[in-house]
Design a protein around this ligand. Structure first.
Ligand code: NDP
Ligand code: 2IT
Length: 445
């Protein structure tokens, strides 16, 4: 495999799709060796078949705001690969959403879903709709119009969307309601549903919990744990909230959360009712984290800054892509950080990853450490199919087991001769092998 040649061709076909090209390059560089050792992949041209989505659906989403103005947003669903199961992946509503971002997320989702051990293919979708400042009624009308188009392409055995940035329980409710009306069916077509109407217990916490379970496994390889450790978290959304809950429960002290406006530093630790307050902040739809510093004593707010300048032992980036730069990595390292575990998708830039790994820190890519969200979505699909509901402990135990299993797969495929575990390489190889061999089994389709 000639990675540069493949990337040059891909760039010519999709100029300017920066995030997508970044994600593809990372995977190709990791799997190059394994790929070359298995000539059957090359003869089936697996690479060209896996780096392009099966299809990218785009549509317009017209809706009416509270003042009666007609608005139009763009909607997307990228069905990337369904070799191991129905297409599966979240929907993102954020003004930054474009084809490149959704293709990067859909591509990552293929390997992440393969790692979960469950039968799910890779997909992603969303819209450039900005939920910030919108009323409930506006969000509902937007979701209904979005589903009016999307429902043609999804189904419990074909494609099962879920939440992501800007899409939480409220949006899934509106989307599901419209699907149910259009299809005339009550099925497991979306995950992240409310617990009264088919949702799984633990799904809201699952991505953050899973991220901390994964970090716990990484720390254990060094005889370390969360007990007494200072933890920096970025973001203040669904993933950040779940991670703060579990890190605190395991004895860590979470000292930061962040938003697009900057970060807050709480030296006393973000625990108990302060974690509950994160939910209020998100629900306010105001997009800022600063109000936390008015609400609680002794808290500093640092406008326009990343939390990575604070002295911590563990960093959990849980906001968005490319939010932890080389400069941030240098700061974390010089402050003695030992573990960086991604809760978001691709929050660490490639330059930062190189620096972190060169210094021998524990580092895990999102496709391994944030897989707990989609894994629990998979468990929701299982419960929907069986028409029953597991209790909290049953779901949480399965989630825990899955995260330990993913950690094991990363160690198996990522352990170097000197003992250092390259989790990026391990995750990419393990995910790729499962999908590529499945594609081989099914012939050229
Ligand atoms: P939420 O919408 O609940 O929270 C997203 C957080 O990221 C918010 O704090 C948000 O602030 C911040 N954010 C979003 N865009 C930007 C930006 N361009 N610059 C700075 N901050 C930004 O989303 P989630 O918690 O669900 O998602 C967070 C990350 O985790 C994403 O990378 C997502 O893909 C990933 N993820 C989510 C899973 C899930 O199950 N929800 C599963 C696996 C991964 P604000 O809204 O104020 O901009
Ligand atoms: O990035 C992700 O894995 C998610 N947003 C969750 C997807 C899902 O289908 O639960």
């Amino acid at each position: 495999m000639n990675v540069d040649k493949i990337m040059n061709n891909l760039e010519k076909k999709h100029p300017g799709e920066v995030e997508y090209l970044q994600a593809v390059r990372e995977v190709l560089e990791s799997i190059e060796e394994v790929y070359n050792e298995n000539p059957q992949f090359e003869s089936a041209n697996i690479i060209e078949r896996i780096i392009e989505p099966d299809r990218a659906i785009t549509f317009k989403v017209p809706w009416v705001d509270d003042e009666g103005n007609v608005k139009v947003n763009l909607g997307y669903r990228i069905q990337f690969n369904n070799a191991i199961g129905p297409y599966k992946g979240g929907l993102r509503f954020h003004p930054s959403v474009n084809l490149s971002i959704l293709k990067f997320l859909g591509f990552e989702q293929i390997f992440k879903n393969a790692l979960t051990t469950l039968p799910m293919g890779g997909a992603k979708g969303g819209s450039d709709f900005d939920p910030k400042g919108k009323s409930n009624a506006e969000v509902m009308r937007f979701c209904q119009s979005f589903m009016l188009e999307l429902w043609k392409y999804i189904g419990p055995e074909t494609d099962v969307p879920a939440g992501d940035i800007g899409v939480g329980g409220r949006e899934i409710g509106f989307l599901y309601g419209m699907y149910k009306r259009l299809a005339g069916e009550h099925t497991g077509v979306l995950t992240g549903k409310g617990s009264n109407w088919g949702g799984s217990l633990v799904r809201p916490e699952a991505t953050g919990y899973g991220c901390v379970y994964f970090a716990k496994e990484m720390l254990a390889t060094k005889g370390e744990s969360f007990q007494g450790k200072r933890v920096a978290i970025s973001g203040f959304g669904n993933v950040a909230w779940g991670a703060a809950l579990k890190a605190t429960e395991l004895g860590g002290k979470v000292v930061t959360i962040s938003g697009p406006d900057g970060y807050v530093y709480d030296p006393e630790g973000i625990s108990g009712k302060k974690i509950d307050y994160m939910l209020e902040l998100r629900a306010s739809n105001e997009d800022v984290v600063k109000p936390y510093s008015y609400e609680f004593e002794g808290v500093e707010f640092h406008a326009g800054k990343h939390p990575w300048e604070v002295k911590v032992d563990i960093a959990l980036p849980c906001a968005t892509q490319n939010e932890l730069t080389a400069e941030d990595a240098e700061k974390l390292i010089s402050n003695g950080c030992i573990c960086i575990c991604e809760g978001a998708n691709m929050p660490t830039t490639p330059e930062a990853v190189a620096i972190i790994q060169k210094h021998g820190l524990l580092f895990s890519p999102g496709k391994a450490s944030n897989a707990g969200g989609v894994a629990t979505s998979g468990l929701e699909m299982t419960q929907n199919s069986m028409k029953l509901r597991w209790n909290r402990k049953e779901v949480d135990d399965r989630l825990h087991e899955i995260m330990c299993n993913i950690h094991g797969q990363c160690v198996t495929h990522g352990k170097r001769g000197d003992g250092y575990v390259d989790y990026v390489k391990g995750a990419n190889i393990a995910g790729f092998l499962k999908v590529a061999t499945s594609m081989l089994d099914m012939g050229v389709i």
